[in-house]
Design a protein around this ligand. Sequence first.
Ligand code: SF4
Ligand code: SF4
Length: 301
Amino acid sequence: MDKYNNKETVRYSSFFSTFFDITKEGKKFLSYRSKRWILIIGIHLFFFLSFYIDLQLLEGSLSGSRFLGFHMIDPFISIQMFVATYHVPINMIIGITTIIIVYLLVGGRSYCAWVCPYGLLSEIGEKWHNTLVSKNIIKNRKFDERVRHIFWFIFLLLSFSSGYLVFETFNVVSILSRAIIYGWSVAIIWVVVVFLMEVFFSRRAWCKYICPVGTTYSYISKGSALKIQWNDNCDHCMVCHDVCFESHVLELTKAKYDTQREKNGIKTQYVTGIDCSLCGRCIDVCHEDALKFDFRLKGLI
Ligand code: SF4
Ligand code: SF4
């Protein structure tokens, strides 16, 4: 993408162009989107190699894994397990503690953008969806994103009342992760159904309105050290809003807050919304370099 010379909106950028950015001097470098894709593919390659050639580096799947001997367990699976059985084994407590510490450092919902394999599929679906919308072939349906919290509660209630991890039957993240590592099963049909819903019905609908895995990580986001930082170079062009599927978290980029900021001498602000997945798409497209990653604990290092 040549963000300094073009407005890199979803509509006017080709999908493949978004894997590279171009500096003001004309040099190409990998965008955050590329870095995320490399990490997600790398994680699953390690899972795959651990299973097939016993590499023992990263074993298991995203539901529960062991990285260099450290246990890691998906927090939502752990909560479901607890409400379904009233029992949490010691390995699970170690696993969930490790995960919470890691994500408090690197941003809770960064899991969605930097780890989840369905996220990759969903980004392709998002591009197709936006293309169909821009050609007036379909409409984008928007809902209140807070509905995710209701789904989160309903899935826990189902586990509590049935004694089973009900959501795991529908969990596209686990289904896809297991399919990549251990091979396809008929459950992959559900992933295709969800993908098609995102392409034809509503942009990133699963991630935005349903997935309780992402919702759990967003709760960890609240106290996380890594955030997107905005600065007053911003010219309020709204390109970042266009590429962000959770654009409500970028409210602070609007011009209407400038008077108040100027009055209080505020030059930088953090994106604090818990729905931000730290995907870096907004940084990739911001032609004023008004957004960047900032580690809030850097003063302590
Ligand atoms: S942060 Fe950057 S992309 Fe977003 S409105 Fe401001 S100048 Fe535009
Ligand atoms: S604010 Fe930026 S980093 Fe956060 S979800 Fe939106 S595009 Fe991604």
